[in-house]
Design a protein around this ligand. Sequence first.
Ligand code: COA
Length: 182
Amino acid sequence: MNASSIFSSVTLRTPRLILREFAEGDAEAIQVYAGDPEVTRFTSFGPNTPEVTDSILANWIEEQKISPRAEWPLAIVRQEDEVLIGATGLGAVDWSTGAAIFGYVFRRSAWGQGYATEASRAVVDWAMNDLGLRKLVAHCEPANVASSSVLTKLGFWQEEPVTQPRLNGEMRLYLTFVKERR
Ligand SMILES: CC(C)(COP(=O)(O)OP(=O)(O)OC[C@H]1O[C@@H](n2cnc3c(N)ncnc32)[C@H](O)[C@@H]1OP(=O)(O)O)[C@@H](O)C(=O)NCCC(=O)NCCS
């Protein structure tokens, strides 16, 4: 693993997007997706109240000081108008095994334009090539065809489905998508 990368903050650029650390002032833009029930239909969180979003953002900013990072959320900003349109990143990073959870979410108006594929390529490349992680796992509900399609395009394959709770305790069945560096 690349030790210097583990302890730093990161900014990734793609042709249309900038993926950067979350910052104070992002709450309103986060709430656009996190408070939208249509967006959070397939996510483990939400829909969130503005208060919950404020507290999650505060935690994310606090966690940026922890080294090495176990949670590494990134804001997705569209370059053309500098609007924060979603989030991606890594969670439950286990530096001893090199495994992490990978995920993404976008505001509804940004769907269907290839942004998830573009952002995910950059995160997977950074996680495996710069951070040196060996295994990324993404959980996706069977009905979430768009997300399954993104993961398949990125070279993830399916392993055994899991049943696990959303943050509100509701149990859900998820397909397990895995990408591993051998
Ligand atoms: C899932 C999500 C991230 C996809 O983002 P996106 O930017 O629209 O995705 P992309 O445009 O990069 O790719 C979506 C792919 O799914 C396909 N797709 C979308 N809806 C589909 C459907 N109903 N049936 C079949 N394919 C579908 C698109 O055609 C596209 O594939 P293509 O590039 O081969 O044409 C976005 O809809 C979202 O944020 N949803 C809510 C949160 C969420 O579900 N997060 C993931 C949890 S696992």
